[in-house]
Design a protein. Structure first.
Length: 144
């Protein structure tokens, strides 16, 4: 396990099983604990049960942007989950502004990546964010 990211848990919510497997392998190889869900409903239940350090959400699931946007909205407007940072991935937009998130949800999004995402970029963005967060909050886990 990578000593720089001990016990950091990431939840990935995406309806593409290939993306889930690819991303799970990349993140686990870097020492992260990874949980996955294939729908917004499954993802929300998982997020509530494990309370991860970071959530990766695909914007378009089930051929609709409403599922990904709805999940991000649900997380950012739930007081028990709003502290969890979001990383949004998509193949349908090149900028966050073009997706359709409300202002509060946009503030919660810590990274925006377009698919396909290279392993190096994914790891760098997540590692940088979690390192910054650790420096600001010390070594406390989110929600403590």
């Amino acid at each position: 396990m990578n000593d720089q990211v001990p016990h950091k848990r990431i939840v990935i919510v995406d309806d593409d099983p290939d993306f889930l497997e690819y991303t799970r392998i990349v993140l686990r190889s870097a020492g992260y604990q990874v949980d996955t869900a294939t729908s917004a409903a499954e993802g929300l239940a998982l997020i509530r049960s494990v309370v991860p350090d970071l959530i990766i959400i695909d914007v378009m699931m089930s051929y609709s942007v409403e599922e990904g946007i709805g999940l991000a909205h649900e997380i950012t407007h739930d007081p028990a989950l709003a502290h969890i940072p979001l990383c949004v991935v998509t193949s349908i937009a090149r900028t966050l502004d073009s997706v359709g998130f409300d202002e509060e949800t946009v503030r919660a999004i810590r990274c925006f990546l377009t698919k396909p995402v290279s392993p190096d970029e994914l790891l760098a963005r997540i590692s940088n964010y979690l390192s910054e967060r650790r420096q600001v909050h010390g070594n406390r886990d989110a929600g403590c």
